[in-house]
Design a protein around this ligand. Structure first.
Ligand code: NIG
Ligand code: FE
Length: 401
């Protein structure tokens, strides 16, 4: 006996290789023990009973959305910095003058774990209201062992409170904090000797910001080697403002993903393709920084690199809490198709988190993480700007909205 049977629905399964969106019309989904037990055309439904049946009245069901790159937990905000940028200052100038990430670090260090979780909760709830069931949350505004740990703990609390599956990433290598500005090596050693071992039991992955205002490829190489030795996956903020060869470095370490990629070279594209590393596109940051160089989407597509899309929700470059708007930006600014944009928030986002065995498509055996939408066509998910399209959300077969 199934726990739940959803009928009279259209399923965008997002399984590759078949119909666009893996779509099946007039379908049904059976859920048991939190997983998808059966999915297919309603006419083929086996003669099995369910404890509860719900008629979805022709609505579309997709995998619950997966936001695979966020900095959701942080203290304060950077609206004043944004005003300065609108008056002509650049992101790099502000960072070099001790603003930027460092100013969020100052606000974050002053907050308790509970205060950090409380401040992040409205952002997490906003994602959930737009169909997100899994979110990746990075540390990276503590930049000292205690505060980085508090950020990761706050990420766990936020997930519980907003009913989101959370994947946690240590981003201690976000910027060199001001107290180490004259001794970068000591900070890299602190990450390797203290923060990575401390995070190994809490976090799923280690990230770094490979950039002229972040960390050099050599420093990232050392950090990734330590992370892998502690059994952690790696991913990288790469080629956002300049080409540092970060994507190739990430690929050499079998990274789950390389993210941003506006300045990705043809060699970088080939390296990602060879390693099976996901390209995570972050159009919110591109838009908010008024960037003019888009990532090489056609080359990535041509090379068969899986592309994910994420909000990159953070106070400096992407104060964005709407995955559907991120999908629209990916289509309008980067020329993804609406189907690619949805794959970017489902199947390929799952791959970017190493969770593709459990989530990201609608298939028997996968978690029953579902989003139910008031739409006539799947392309509408990327089409409307700011519409309220979610009818219901299920996580592990439980309705949560
Ligand atoms: O993904 N580029 C580095 N990290 C963030 C921005 C962080 C910040 O400015 O606070 C990003 O764009
Ligand atoms: Fe980021």
């Amino acid at each position: 006996m199934w726990d739940l049977l959803l009928t009279n629905l259209n399923a965008a399964t997002m399984t590759p290789g078949g119909a666009p969106y893996g779509a099946g019309r007039d379908a049904a989904i059976a859920v048991h023990d939190g997983r998808i037990a059966w999915i297919g055309p309603r006419a083929d439904l086996p003669d099995a009973a369910a404890r509860e049946t719900r008629d979805l009245e022709g609505r579309w069901v997709t995998p619950g959305l997966i936001d695979c790159h966020t900095h959701l937990v942080f203290g304060g905000n950077r609206a004043p910095e944004w005003e300065r940028r609108l008056n002509g200052a650049t992101y790099e100038e502000i960072a070099r003058a001790g603003g930027g990430i460092q100013s969020t670090v100052d606000a974050t260090r002053g907050a308790s774990t509970e205060q950090l979780a409380e401040q992040a909760l409205p952002r997490a709830r906003a994602l959930a209201r737009r169909g997100v069931t899994t979110v990746e949350i990075k540390s990276g505004y503590g930049l000292e062992p205690g505060c980085e740990r508090r950020m990761l703990e706050a990420a766990g609390l936020v997930g519980q409170a907003a009913d989101l599956r959370v994947s946690r990433t240590l981003l201690a290598a976000h910027t060199v904090p001001k107290e180490y500005r004259d001794n970068r090596d000591a900070y890299v050693n602190l990450i390797i000797d203290r923060m990575i071992p401390q995070a190994a039991s809490v976090a799923d992955a280690v990230d770094a910001y490979c950039e002229t205002i972040g960390f050099t490829p050599d420093e990232v190489d050392r950090i990734f080697t330590a992370a892998r030795a502690h059994g952690l996956q790696v991913k990288l903020h790469a080629e956002q403002l300049s080409d540092q060869g970060g994507a190739a470095l990430a690929a050499r370490h079998q990274a789950l993903s390389a993210d941003h990629l506006e300045h990705l070279s043809p060699e970088g594209v080939a390296a990602l393709a060879g390693a099976g590393t996901v390209a995570v596109l972050l159009p919110g940051a591109y838009y908010f920084l008024r960037d003019e160089k888009a990532p090489p989407v056609a080359a990535l597509r041509e090379a068969g690199v899986p592309m994910a899309v994420a909000t990159d929700c953070n106070p400096g470059t992407s104060p964005l809490t709407d995955p559907l708007l991120a999908m629209n930006l990916a289509c309008t600014l980067f020329r993804l198709t609406p189907e690619e944009a949805l794959a970017g928030f489902t199947r390929n986002a799952a791959r970017a988190l190493g969770l593709h065995d459990r989530i990201g498509t609608l298939e028997p055996g996968k978690a029953a993480d579902l989003a139910v939408w008031n739409i006539d066509e799947p392309a509408e998910l990327a089409y409307w700007l700011g519409a309220d399209l979610l009818a219901a959300r299920y996580r592990d077969g439980r309705q949560t909205a």
